[in-house]
Design a protein around this ligand. Sequence first.
Ligand code: ADP
Ligand code: MG
Length: 307
Amino acid sequence: LQQLYAPLDRLGTLYRQLNANATDAEKLFNLLGQEVEITDAPDSEPLVVTDGVIEFDNVCFSYDGEVQALKDVSFRIGKGESMALVGESGSGKSTILRLLYRFYDIDSGTIKIDGQDISKVTQKSLRQAIGIVPQDSVLWNDTIGANISYGKEDGAEDEEIIAAAQAAKLHDRILTFPEEYDTVVGERGVRLSGGEKQRVSLARMFLKSPAILVLDEATSALDTETEREIQRSLAELAANRSSLSIAHRLSTIINSDQIVVMKNGAVIEQGTYHDLIERGGQFAAMWRKQIFTEEEMMAETEALGPG
Ligand code: ADP
Ligand code: MG
């Protein structure tokens, strides 16, 4: 029995440690004993972002050394350009974003930002340059204000935090909390819904205002109206920056400078919306299907009537 309890107890301790002082996702990775450990190269220099040009060149990657999650993935996002990743679930979209943030090292190929190999720059500088809104947002057991300013290295003024919350359509909600911006959220405080957590991540992004924007289905948990409003602020933020996003709704990617279509870890089509529709391939087929589904859903909503 002792043998059984010892590891359980260790887990309990780890869990308490996590709750007490987890400050970032990497710490979480390490505590859970993931063997992947990303370290700075001995001669690493800080990344210098000039134009925010992102290049994937024949990138291959496997999580477990067996299944190839990415196979020879190549693309280039030019200065200020936006790229949208589409493809069925499990096709490798989130993996691409994680690799750009260097959560894992790749098996072969190169990933460069402004000509600098990301495995050769300091992780700190890399992660400062990139703002990421992940698929599942994580909150710390801290105030909502601190949660929003998390990720901004040099701290933030109250006005900046409020402006970020406004851009993410979260400000009005925060004003309903007992201590407004000083209200503790998370497990030990006010519980936030999935959509609210997602808006905290978006507020972090607005505050950090990074050179490169990375969005993983960043508005998937929001209602259509809120999504539309946030899309406007996001479009403003993205105007002069490079961005890489996974959109859950095809209608939000029409205006991307480039669309990359993934299947089974490989790029199967690449081009603008018009290129891909004209080609009449997989994207065009997905598009027809999605439009059909959206129209169907609209019809259903209308049939149900108001209220
Ligand atoms: P998408 O975002 O397009 O749905 P992912 O990039 O998350 O797809 O996943 C690509 C492939 O990698 C899938 O086969 C998935 O099961 C696998 N995968 C994703 N995350 C992990 C992980 N942490 N460990 C092992 N395999 C993973
Ligand atoms: Mg994903």
